[in-house]
Design a protein around this ligand. Structure first.
Ligand code: ASP
Ligand code: MG
Length: 330
């Protein structure tokens, strides 16, 4: 069974990072690989769009030229020339998306080149998802005309995350942090069941470990709970990440070494999964949010409630009591 494996930008900082990702990918059978931009590059491209600053362009160029050179892959130069030419374009939301598209186009080009150099049958697919023209926050359309080519390629398919294109061929983006959403959407579009989101965190945590040091990795979580956690701002997750996960599809949120968190259409314990900072208080996400509302909490979603206390307290009260009763992965 073919999996869609997304490699986050936080794992793509240097040539060595690309090698590490490629080694991980080689353990899957003909995966569809969704790649984010190299860490920090999307922010740099937005800044470049605003300032058209030559030295910023050079910094972006140098990051990619250095990685490509170290890995011995080609294909970044034409993209960098195209970006240079874009500096003369007028302002406009479509032009901003065009600028941002270079991040994923460059990193996916490098990843594809590296996999090929390692002897794998890899093919590059630039923005195979068709979207509407709501630039900056485009909606992917149920249109397989470009994506179906991925299916007919038998080896590894490397796909740009985050970006799509309109029917008339202009680049769009689906919103910041959107590569995860690209991965789940593509899996749904192509009928693949397994999505692996590889990031620098070992899984979905019960709280932000900076705020709650004893936070644990959740072994499992329902799609509904994950959707609410994402919507309430869990770890910069794109709010639509889990929307396409229906039927027998499931998502693993993990790093290279962990077993991670499995998100699917099932109702696993514990009753309360995640505590997030919500304004002055905390939002507790879990299937039994109703019980918290009975105690005086306030619904912020069907499976989430707001309580007037810091995350540490809410975690002690609602999540921690279940630590012992579960098979926790950490
Ligand atoms: N590169 C995009 C961003 O920084 C998308 C992503 O990383 O998921 O927002
Ligand atoms: Mg991301």
């Amino acid at each position: 069974m073919r999996a869609v494996v997304k490699i986050g930008g936080s794992l793509l900082k240097s040539a060595q990072h690309f090698v590490e990702a490629a080694k991980f990918l080689s353990t899957f059978e003909s995966p569809v690989v969704v790649v984010s931009a190299v860490k920090g590059v999307t922010d740099m491209l937005i800044e470049l769009y605003k300032t058209r600053n030559e030295s910023l362009y050079e910094a972006i160029r140098d990051i990619h030229v250095e990685i490509a050179k170290k890995l011995g892959v080609s294909g970044v130069d034409p993209l960098l020339r195209e970006l240079k030419a874009a500096l003369d374009l007028p302002e406009g939301p479509d032009v901003l998306d065009y600028f941002m598209s270079f991040g994923e186009r460059l990193s996916a080009t490098i990843m594809n080149g590296l996999l090929k150099r390692m002897g794998m049958d890899s093919k590059l697919f630039i923005a195979p998802i068709i979207t509407d023209d709501n630039f900056g926050n485009a909606n992917p359309l149920d249109d397989r005309s470009l994506a179906s080519e991925i299916e007919s390629h038998e080896g590894i398919a490397v796909v740009t995350g985050f970006i799509g294109r309109t029917r008339d061929g202009r680049f769009t983006t689906v919103g910041r942090g959107g590569s995860d959403y690209t991965a789940t959407f593509l899996a749904k579009l192509l009928g693949y069941r397994r999505v692996v989101l590889v990031t620098d965190a070992p899984g979905v945590m019960t709280a932000d470990p900076q705020e709650v040091p004893e936070a644990k990795i959740l072994p499992m979580m329902s799609v509904e709970e994950a959707m609410e956690a994402a919507r309430l701002g869990a770890k910069r997750m794109h709010p639509r990440t889990f929307e396409p996960v229906t039927g027998g599809m499931y998502v693993e949120v993990r790093n290279y070494w962990s077993r991670g968190t499995i998100v699917g259409n099932f109702y696993a314990p514990p009753p309360y999964k995640v505590v997030l900072k919500c304004g002055e208080g905390s939002c507790v996400v879990g299937l039994e949010a109703e019980e918290i509302v009975k105690l005086g909490g306030e619904y912020v979603g069907r499976f989430s409630a707001l309580v007037p206390m810091p995350p540490k307290w809410a975690h002690d009260l609602f999540v921690k009591p279940y630590f012992e009763k579960l098979l926790w992965t950490s």
